[in-house]
Design a protein around this ligand. Sequence first.
Ligand code: ADE
Length: 224
Amino acid sequence: MRIDIITCLPRLLDSFFAHSILKRAQDAGHVAVHAHDLRDYSLNKQRQIDDYAFGGGAGMVMTIEPIARCIRHLQSQRTYDAVLYMTPDGERFEQKMANRLSMVQNLIILCGHYKGVDERVRELFITQEISIGDYVLSGGELAACVVSDAIIRLIPGVLNDETSALTDSFQDNLLAPPVYTRPADFEGHAVPAVLLSGHEAHINDWRFEQSLVRTRQRRPDLLP
Ligand code: ADE
């Protein structure tokens, strides 16, 4: 998979993709992540990428030309399956969307700033608008990182034990069960005995039951 992230703050993404699972996924060739500085595609010397809103009002709007030039440049190199725009008024990002996006080859993610992008960007270039939740961030970069992380960990081979993505919370619309490790007893607080029993079927039954209990208590909206 290849992910191209268009942003006016490319350095903001560096450390996020330079560690842990996301770094290993890139080193192993499962994914290539490229950040593109929108100012490199600006039409003027000041490398300007925003302007005042027509009709007045507070806040700047990201102009269409640099975005169009950047997206067209990328699209001249390869075919993209989707061009995502991170925005609080987009479709809510959920595990099902991550599952679907993890199967594509090439992805562009556009990060918004200020009052957002000129509406014509959305009409002409964007195939899907995504929000990571009902709150407003200073820019789309954090949201692009969230979406990329959720997608990349689902690419087969990225996690050491492939089943561990399948047992994540939200796969099957259930929250994950509680997990424990050593010590088996911490100051009188013991690990549930079934987990020490070595009986795989009993352990699986217990985990499923706990998933149901947890989902019923915390997220009943996920249950049918
Ligand atoms: N940009 C600003 N806020 C956002 C959000 N909640 N989701 C996606 N992109 C955003």
